[in-house]
Design a protein. Structure first.
Length: 147
């Protein structure tokens, strides 16, 4: 691994860890409410698809790791949400399958944790290691789809 790659991965990992701390209630919600798993599974598939498309279709002089692409996707979601004054639901009971931003960020974190040198999931999220079954639905990356 080139030193710049290592630095980019470290920066991505650090940023992801920072948002992970703010999403603890989401992991608790997923652990306690199986009905959220279907929406979470859609977000996992959508993030995976978005990152694959970006890797395959966006020309770069130097390749970047999947971890960096996942962090970039999460950063874009977080930035847009911050502009709209979004905050993650503080109470696990406030999470619903319509919590697009929170579930998308949790999906980014979950996928990033699988990457080499990816961030560690908080203890509350370890149950997600068993990925949800596919939904059988076509993946749609547009936010409107989840509203």
């Amino acid at each position: 691994m080139h030193w710049a790659d290592s630095l980019a991965d470290r920066s991505a990992r650090r940023w992801l860890r920072g948002i992970a701390e703010r999403l603890d209630s989401g992991w608790q919600a997923l652990a306690g409410d199986p009905s959220l798993w279907r929406a979470f599974g859609r977000h996992l598939a959508a993030v995976d698809d978005a990152v694959r498309c970006e890797r395959d279709m966006v020309p770069r002089q130097e390749p970047v790791s999947r971890l960096v692409l996942l962090a970039g996707h999460a950063h874009d979601v977080w930035t847009e949400a911050a502009e709209l004054d979004w905050q993650p639901p503080a109470d696990p009971g406030d999470w619903t399958d319509r919590e697009w931003t929170g579930l998308r960020l949790l999906a980014c974190l979950r996928l990033a944790a699988d990457e080499p040198h990816g961030p560690k999931l908080p203890a509350a999220a370890e149950f997600t290691r068993a990925r949800p079954a596919g939904t059988g639905e076509q993946v749609n990356n547009r936010r409107e789809y989840f509203r």
